[in-house]
Design a protein around this ligand. Structure first.
Ligand code: 3PG
Length: 218
């Protein structure tokens, strides 16, 4: 966790990926819950996190986290359009994650000063992202699209690309992904299960974050 996270400082996609072995993928509906949850993650050693734009409250939650938990670095996930990129930057997101890649989303993120981890699942998508200068990519949906074997196959032709596999990653397979040389970190929702959030079990969230931090990256 050596990244300069001062509000306003610019990050690279690689810095986003290198901060911890896991980027939690979070669905939020309540700003108060958002703040408490993120404090619990930070207490467990995870400060780089992705709030998905999947609920009407997502932008307000990003805003609340950016304002009230400055020691965290909040990014926006599920960014699918230029408008999403602009809106999440305005809300205080420091990076963007998308389930796929379009040149328009890439351009909007550049314009907004947001590092982008775009989702790719095929060689053509990797090449399209590379055409726009992106070499740190999210492999999504990782398990469904081929899992660790796919990343091993890509390490030949796309040896200059580094990945954050996301989708179907869990404590059962995170270590296997992280052992691959072209994987920097993984993403996943298992650090913030809906039932744990619903009952406000922040100690459990901290414990899950601590466990995630112990995953080794070789
Ligand atoms: C998502 O789309 O929600 C993320 O990829 C997380 O997937 P997961 O719930 O399988 O970790």
């Amino acid at each position: 966790m050596d990244v300069n996270i001062k509000p306003g400082s610019k990050l690279t996609a690689l810095q986003v990926m290198q901060d911890a072995p896991v980027i939690p993928v979070i669905v939020l509906t309540d700003t108060r819950q958002a703040v408490l949850l993120v404090r619990a993650l930070v207490a467990g050693g995870i400060r780089m996190l992705e709030v998905t734009l999947r609920t009407p409250q997502a932008l307000a939650c990003i805003e609340a986290i950016a304002r009230e938990v400055p020691e965290a670095v909040v990014g926006a996930g599920t960014v699918r359009s230029a408008a999403d990129a602009q809106a999440c930057a305005m809300a205080g997101a420091r990076f963007a994650v998308s389930p796929g890649y379009t040149h328009a989303v890439g351009q909007a993120c550049r314009d907004a000063g947001l590092p982008l981890l775009p989702g790719v699942a095929t060689g053509s998508e990797i090449m399209m992202a590379q055409e726009d200068g992106l070499t740190e990519l999210k492999f999504f949906p990782a398990m469904q699209a081929g899992g660790p074997a796919m990343l091993k196959a890509w390490s030949g032709p796309f040896g200059d690309v580094r990945f954050c596999p996301t989708g179907g990653v869990s404590t059962a397979n995170a270590a296997e992904f992280l052992s691959l040389p072209n994987v920097v970190c993984v993403g996943g929702s298992w650090l913030t299960p809906a039932d744990v959030l619903a009952r406000g079990d922040w100690a459990q969230v901290t414990a899950l974050a601590q466990q995630a931090c112990r995953l080794s990256r070789e």
